[in-house]
Write a protein that binds this ligand. Structure first.
Ligand code: HPA
Length: 260
């Protein structure tokens, strides 16, 4: 399964895998590369159809830390397959990654987290009715308590503080997309305890926990969620805000990974 990776980076053993979300691909430039491999060359990796997602695996170092950067992810909404990232996540575990660091662009359900704010993910809600482990037998009853590793969460918040970057923490709710949520859905999500909403991340967390990896997550608020900001919603805004805040996000990621 991972031969296509190991033959391009012999002996390389990453410790941390990172998933770069919409508009957050810049972090790949912070990696001193050992190998860069397009997903198309990797069996089981997604064929990404979102233009802002590059679809490349970058292996290399950030400071002293060996990393594997997944620049771009597949989403459930692309083909209705919740396990679209299963091959990629399992490959990261097989390569030796202890931790999966997920990033994403999200809508904010909190007025104290305007567009441009960062939120460390403390937990998630998956009420989509689907699960990436459908059809899996071995180990499928995955414990999701502490899925977002409490120690790594603390470390992320400490690193952000050291970097002088304000970082909130909260609960991420996964909606299937690709349409944005309705204002009524967002009011319901708020009652359920969500702080941020997005179309990714939760399935990869489930897959990573199933594969024995720790997970840490960081959301960038690119808009107020439907009905909270008054404006219309669109992918262009997601990209524009993400691009603008990308420097701040990269700084936190770099500091976290260097000190890992
Ligand atoms: N909803 C879902 N996904 C998103 C949003 C949103 O408001 N913003 C960025 N990704």
């Amino acid at each position: 399964m991972i031969d296509a990776i190991t033959e391009r980076a012999t002996g390389f053993k990453p410790k941390v895998a990172l998933v770069l979300g919409s508009g957050l691909g810049d972090f790949a430039a912070d990696v001193k590369p050992v190998a860069t491999i397009p997903y198309a060359a990797l069996p089981g990796f997604p064929k990404t159809s979102v233009e802002s997602h590059a679809g490349k695996l970058v292996l290399g170092h950030v400071g002293p830390t060996p990393v594997a950067v997944l620049q771009g992810r597949g989403h459930y909404y692309e083909n209705g397959k919740a396990d679209v990232m299963a091959g990629a996540i399992r490959a990261m575990a097989e390569l030796g990654c202890e931790t999966l660091f997920q990033t994403n662009a999200a809508g904010s359900l909190r007025m104290d987290m305007p567009p441009g704010s960062l939120m460390a993910i403390s937990d998630h809600i998956n009420f989509t009715g689907v699960n990436p482990l459908f059809g899996t037998v071995r180990g499928r009853f995955v414990d999701m308590i502490g899925a977002y590793d409490p120690e790594l969460l603390k470390k992320l918040l400490a690193v952000a503080k050291d970097e002088d970057v304000l970082c909130h923490q909260g609960v991420y709710i996964w909606f299937s997309g690709p349409s944005f949520e309705t204002p009524a859905e967002i009011r319901a999500a708020r009652v359920l305890g969500a702080d941020a909403v997005g179309m990714s991340t939760a399935p990869e967390t489930i897959l990573a926990r199933h594969a024995g990896m720790k997970v840490v997550g960081l959301s960038l608020m690119t808009n107020y969620a439907a009905g909270l900001g008054g404006d219309t919603l669109g992918h262009e805004q997601t990209l524009a805000v993400a691009r603008e805040a990308s420097g701040k996000v990269c700084r936190v990621l770099r500091a976290f990974v260097e000190r890992y």
